[in-house]
Design a protein around this ligand. Structure first.
Ligand code: MLT
Length: 220
């Protein structure tokens, strides 16, 4: 079981899209594949370096996915890190999408699972980042002692969250990606992606598409 985490902003945007009625999202690694899917009736969503890529309908701002015109539609999505991480996670028993926006819904599912859970932080271009580690820590903190850990890393992340939980934004305001997004005029995206429990949906990658986790998908 894998939870993919890319708080700023892929998994926050995916959670928002599914919560707002998007039928399914196909994460792809290349702009070419994304463009081809647009010709096949998908809405094209592409971000590189935090910016929307020209020629695509949307980038990776969660606010772009609140569009009622996207309801019941399919989206092809490619981002710098999040969609790569999703593809790398394929093959796991289940691949779920985690964000602060669906924190409690995700936690209440994880705490009842009879299997190992890997929290897969996207980071930035293969390197650790603050916000994804912070969210992983929030999950571990919320799960308390229900799981055994295979290293000190989970406890380190949980301690990071314990210290930051009263003001998440202050804890990550100097992080590389927050600085990048603020420079791009996207501070409102940062603020929104740090909100707890805006939505109750849990997106799940099944085959090639991300859809809403249904009762029939549950492992218990
Ligand atoms: C990503 O998927 O790489 C990130 O979400 C980048 C972004 O949207 O700013």
């Amino acid at each position: 079981m894998v939870v993919v985490i890319d708080i700023l902003r892929a998994t926050s945007s995916i959670t928002t899209a599914i919560a707002h009625g998007v039928e399914a999202i196909k994460p792809v690694e290349s702009l070419v594949e994304c463009r081809q899917l647009m010709m096949d009736g998908h809405i094209g969503a592409a971000e590189r370096g935090g910016k929307k890529v020209g020629g695509f309908e949307v980038g990776n701002s969660p606010f772009s996915y609140m569009n009622p015109e996207f309801e019941d539609k399919k989206i092809a999505m490619t981002t710098t890190n999040g969609t790569v991480t999703l593809k790398k996670s394929k093959g796991a028993l289940q691949v779920l999408v985690g964000s602060f926006l669906n924190y409690s819904a995700l936690l209440s599912y994880l705490e009842r699972l009879p299997c190992d859970v890997l929290l897969h932080c996207a980071g930035w271009k293969g390197k650790v980042n603050m916000e994804d580690t912070l969210f992983a820590g929030a999950i571990i903190y919320g799960l308390k002692q229900m799981f055994e850990y295979n290293s000190d890393a989970p406890m380190m992340a949980a301690n990071l969250y314990k210290q930051a939980k009263n003001n998440l934004k202050a804890a990550i305001e100097d992080s590389s990606h927050v600085s990048r997004l603020i420079k791009l005029g996207l501070e409102k995206d940062v603020d929104f992606c740090l909100k707890f429990d805006e939505y109750k949906v849990i997106p799940i990658l099944k085959g090639e598409y991300i859809t809403k986790l249904k009762l029939s998908d549950m492992l218990f």
